[in-house]
Design a protein around this ligand. Structure first.
Ligand SMILES: C[S@@+](CC[C@H](N)C(=O)[O-])C[C@H]1O[C@@H](n2cnc3c(N)ncnc32)[C@H](O)[C@@H]1O
Length: 292
């Protein structure tokens, strides 16, 4: 029988040991991650871990914390260990089939909300490559009379998105289905949003272990130049977007010019290119181009 790693110990000691182990494994935010994992293992609020460092850990809490630390030291992201990720202040279930929603993507949500006309009934939002459903469901949580459809090529991701819609009380206004971008879709949409895979295939292996080891490949792979998905979905979006509709696309580092050119070639006028909190160009907003 192997010896327990944490002998009878308290919160303060468990945190110190956890931070040391995660730091040694190269985890950047070791103090924050150790605290989140200890809070999960003990069921305590993080603030109480600060306030009561002398609180003893039970054997079950030590075992749970130990298991979490082993996984995090192997560079599994905290969100995947917990099975959930906060996005737009909402809780989303994430699984090995979904991209771990990134805080940068909130820029896209914010940009769409700031530019949509006052939402009336009948506003329809299409999310291409919906993953966990985070973009569409964040938008619908703010637009209380809008409806939306999320498309993903992964049936497992579509299932997770549907479960997230139900958990957030949005299933009456959000539908999710398997598809190849917008192929085969009809009708008019007032907003089309997408965070497609945009990593250049030759660069995927250089990403952090948290990404290469845990995000699904089909959520990352953008082909030889990272732009394959835009070439397919932009002409489809041009066909489906309502005349005064709004297109919002996320893109990766160094892709702003190329994505703008592809959008213009598909018949869009670019309204804005927005940066994320790190100051990196992250999202393009476009509307159908009208002459005269
Ligand atoms: C970068 S992830 C974005 C997921 C989610 N929208 C988010 O922001 O967290 C891209 C998504 O596109 C999906 N995808 C890849 N190829 C696709 C295709 N041909 N048609 C539809 N979805 C596709 C992937 O399965 C993945 O869920």
């Amino acid at each position: 029988m192997s010896a327990p790693v944490f002998e009878a110990c308290d919160v303060g000691a468990a945190l110190r040991q956890g931070i040391a182990r995660l730091s040694a494994a190269g985890v950047e935010a070791a103090p924050c991650d150790a605290r989140v994992l200890l809070a999960e293992a003990t069921g305590e609020a993080r603030s109480r871990l600060f306030a009561f460092p002398e609180r003893p850990l039970s054997a079950a809490e030590r075992a749970a914390y130990e298991g979490f630390l082993i996984r995090r030291a192997r560079r599994e992201p905290v969100s995947r260990i917990l099975g959930r990720r906060e996005f737009w202040s909402l809780d989303f279930a994430v699984t090995p089939d979904t991209l771990d929603p990134r805080p940068e993507t909130e820029v896209l949500v914010e940009a769409v909300l700031a530019r949509l006309p006052v939402p009336g009934a009948g506003l329809r939002v299409l999310d291409l490559g919906c993953g966990s459903g985070c973009i569409l469901l964040a938008l619908l949580s703010e637009l209380d009379r809008a409806r939306g459809l999320g498309i993903d090529s992964s049936a497992a991701a579509v299932e997770v998105a549907g479960a997230n819609a139900a958990a957030l009380g949005l299933k009456d206004r959000a539908a999710f289905q398997v598809g190849d971008w917008a192929g085969g879709l009809e009708g008019r949409w007032q907003a089309i949003v997408s965070n497609p895979p945009y990593i250049n295939d030759s660069e995927i292996e250089d990403l952090a272990p948290e990404v290469t080891g845990y995000d699904p490949r089909q959520a990352l792979s953008g082909g030889p130049d990272g732009l394959e998905a835009y070439r397919v979905l932009l002409p489809q979006a041009a066909r489906l977007l309502a005349p005064k509709g709004l297109l919002a696309l996320e893109f990766g580092a160094g892709q702003a010019d190329a994505v703008q050119r592809l959008a213009e070639a598909a018949g869009f006028g670019v309204q804005a290119v927005l940066s994320d909190l790190a100051g990196r160009d992250r999202c393009v907003i476009a509307t159908p181009f009208t002459r005269g």
